[in-house]
Design a protein around this ligand. Structure first.
Ligand code: XBP
Ligand code: MG
Length: 257
C-alpha cells in the first residue's frame, strides 16, 4: 500500500470558480481595452475551455470561431500582449474580492497544513493569478503551505499533457504513487492520470459537470465545509459526506493497494 505524501491541487474550477466570473470577464475587458469587438459569452467560453491556457485559448478562438479577423504579422506578440492585459484585469478582479474559494477548500487546506501534509499547486494558469487568488482569499503569505507552485509556461505542453504534474512531482522529489490530485475537469484528470497519479478526486462545477470522469477515483459536487454537504457523483468509494484528510488517505490506500 502506498503512503500518501502530498496533495496536488488544481486551481481554476477547483480552488475557486474562476472561469465564468473571473478569466472570462477579464478576457472581455482586455479585448475592449485593445479596441477589439470580440465578446466571449458564457456558452462560447464553455466551448473555448476545451483548450487550456489563456494564450492558447485566444489562438484557438481565432482559428475556430473568428476566422474573418485579419491577423497581425506578429500574432504571437499580439496574443502575448493581449494576455498580459487580461492577467492584469483578472488580478484586479481578485483584489476586489470578486471570486471566493469553493466550499470546503479553506477547511481542507488548513487541515492538511496542520497535519504536516505536503502540498503543491498544479495549474496551467499564470503564476501571478495563483498568487493573487491565494493572497486575496486566504490572506498575505498564503502561498507558504504550498511547497511548489507549478504554473503557466514552466512547461510548454499544458494539460491534458502530463508535463505540469511530472514537473511538480520532480520538484517535490515524490513519485506518482505518493501523490493525490484534486481536479475539476476532464483535461485536468487526464493530465494527472497520464503523469502516473492514480488517485484523483474530481470536484465538478457548472462548466465541467457534463464531462465524463471514467477513471477518476471519486467524483463529488464539492469538498464540503460541514459533514453532509458533499455528494458523491461517481466512484466505488462510499459513503462520502465531506472530503477530509482521513478520507483522502483511505481513498489513496484503496487505489494503490
Ligand atoms: C485553467 C486554464 C487557464 C485559465 C486561464 O487552468 O486552462 O488557462 O483558464 O488562465 P487549471 P491563463 O484548471 O489547470 O488551473 O489565462 O493565465 O492561462
Ligand atoms: Mg481546473
Amino acid at each position: 500500500m502506498a503512503n500518501l505524501k502530498a496533495l496536488l491541487f488544481d486551481v481554476d474550477g477547483t480552488l475557486a470558480n474562476t472561469e465564468r466570473d473571473g478569466h472570462r470577464v477579464a478576457f472581455n475587458t482586455a479585448f475592449k481595452e485593445a479596441g477589439l469587438d470580440w465578446h466571449w459569452d458564457e456558452p462560447l467560453y464553455g466551448a473555448l475551455l476545451k483548450v487550456t491556457g489563456g494564450k492558447e485559448r485566444v489562438r484557438h478562438y481565432l482559428e475556430k470561431f473568428n476566422r474573418e479577423f485579419e491577423k497581425p504579422d506578429n500574432l504571437d506578440q499580439f496574443i502575448a500582449s493581449l494576455h498580459q492585459s487580461k492577467t492584469r484585469c483578472y488580478v484586479e478582479l481578485l483584489e476586489k474580492g470578486a471570486i471566493p474559494l469553493r466550499n470546503g477548500v479553506r477547511r481542507l487546506l488548513k487541515e492538511a497544513e496542520n497535519a504536516g501534509m505536503r502540498m503543491a499547486v498544479v495549474t496551467t494558469t499564470t503564476p501571478e493569478n495563483v498568487a493573487a487568488l491565494l493572497e486575496n482569499s486566504l490572506g498575505h503569505g498564503s502561498e507558504a503551505p504550498f511547497e511548489v507552485i507549478a504554473a503557466g509556461d514552466v512547461v510548454p505542453a499544458k494539460k491534458p499533457a502530463p508535463d505540469i504534474y511530472t514537473w511538480a512531482m520532480e520538484q517535490l522529489n515524490l513519485k506518482p504513487e505518493q501523490c493525490l490530485a484534486v481536479e475539476d475537469s476532464d483535461n485536468g484528470l487526464r493530465s494527472a492520470l497520464s503523469s502516473g497519479v492514480r488517485s484523483v478526486v474530481v470536484t465538478v462545477n457548472g462548466y465541467t459537470q457534463g464531462e465524463s470522469f471514467d477513471n477518476a477515483s471519486l467524483v463529488v459536487d464539492q469538498l464540503g465545509e460541514q459533514p453532509g454537504e458533499c455528494s458523491k457523483l461517481a466512484g466505488d468509494f462510499a459513503p462520502v459526506s465531506i472530503i477530509d484528510l482521513d478520507l483522502l488517505k483511505k481513498l489513496h490506500g484503496a487505489v494503490w493497494e
